[in-house]
Design a protein around this ligand. Structure first.
Ligand SMILES: NC(=O)c1ccc[n+]([C@@H]2O[C@H](COP(=O)([O-])OP(=O)(O)OC[C@H]3O[C@@H](n4cnc5c(N)ncnc54)[C@H](O)[C@@H]3O)[C@@H](O)[C@H]2O)c1
Length: 273
């Protein structure tokens, strides 16, 4: 999809990868960019950055996308401002919870933000896209959704579910004009990876340390550029770290061998703590 003159909504766009995506889509000539996040100050600053470049080209919506109502309000406000949405990027995400003692309410929150939010948004958007004959749904999952997340069961499970939903959406509605892509990075230099719980970053320490061990930590702007080119080409799986494809191929080729290797990595992490 060529994003020129299109309308794009990005969730989790107050900061991090989402903010960089919003800037990249705006730079590509999107007519309207909608910045959605729970963090009101960050919504205001990202929106102001875009409007400073082109007045009236962005709106900010303070939204909790972990609820059906939050998604409905976001989509209604985006359409009221700019008309039908061409690209919806379900990017907001959190990392919380670690081992089997993770409380149910933490599991619920992670599943709502990292997985159910995508389903709530797609339910509202896909019927209109089928009627119009086109629309683009992108989600940010993670390499953890293809492989696993050392140190966080809720993150691994919610991101696998996000990948599964994106695949299902593409298989089911791809022939009716609905394009789907799924972004699966390893480390990206954001608060989710680097921050502390007090700052609102909820990626677990063990998980974050392992991600940093596993490969390069990319800048959000590098990821956004790769995403933009993948959307132009309409590529389903977006892998900013190319080695993730190799890891995935090794996993599929011999799952027992892959699990044995991941156990060795878990043992290394255990010996460090
Ligand atoms: N940083 C990494 O290393 C990395 C790696 C793989 C995948 N990811 C994924 O990338 C996405 C973006 O994360 P990031 O790294 O930019 O981190 P980030 O913490 O900087 O950004 C995430 C944004 O999502 C917002 N958000 C969280 N819950 C929300 C909710 N209920 N409603 C609306 N907004 C909400 C946060 O306020 C924040 O602004 C996430 O889905 C994350 O899981 C990140």
């Amino acid at each position: 999809m060529d994003l020129k003159d299109r309308v794009a909504v990005v969730t989790g766009a107050g900061r991090g990868i989402g903010r960089a995506l919003a800037h990249r889509f705006h730079e590509a000539g999107a007519r309207g960019v909608v910045i959605a996040d729970v963090l009101a100050e960050d919504v205001a600053s990202t929106t102001a950055e875009l409007n400073a470049k082109r007045a009236g080209s962005a709106i900010g919506v303070v939204a909790d996308i972990a609820t059906p109502a939050g998604n409905k309000d976001l989509i209604d406000r985006a359409e009221a401002a700019f008309g039908p949405i061409d690209l919806f990027f379900a990017n907001a995400g959190i990392g919380a919870g670690e081992y089997l003692d993770t409380p149910d309410d933490v599991w619920d929150r992670v599943m709502q933000v990292n997985t159910m939010a995508h389903i709530y948004a797609a339910r509202l958007l896909v019927p209109g896209w089928i009627a119009r004959g086109e629309g683009y749904f992108c989600s940010t999952a993670s390499a953890a959704g293809l492989l696993t997340q050392i140190g966080s069961a809720p993150y691994a499970v919610s991101k696998h579910a996000a990948v599964a939903f994106a695949e299902w959406l593409s298989v089911t509605y791809g022939d009716q004009g609905v394009r789907v892509s799924c972004l699966c990075p390893m480390g990206v230099n954001t608060k989710l990876l680097n921050g502390t719980a007090e700052e609102g970053a909820v990626e677990t320490n063990t998980g974050a340390a392992t991600v940093k061990l596993a490969g390069a930590v990319l800048e959000p702007e590098e990821v956004a550029d790769i995403v933009y080119r993948a959307i132009e080409a309409e590529t389903f799986l977006i892998l900013p770290h190319p080695e993730v494809k190799t890891f995935l191929e090794r996993k599929v080729a011999d799952v027992d061998r892959w699990i044995a290797g991941m156990r060795r990595l878990q043992a290394r992490v255990n010996s460090m703590s």
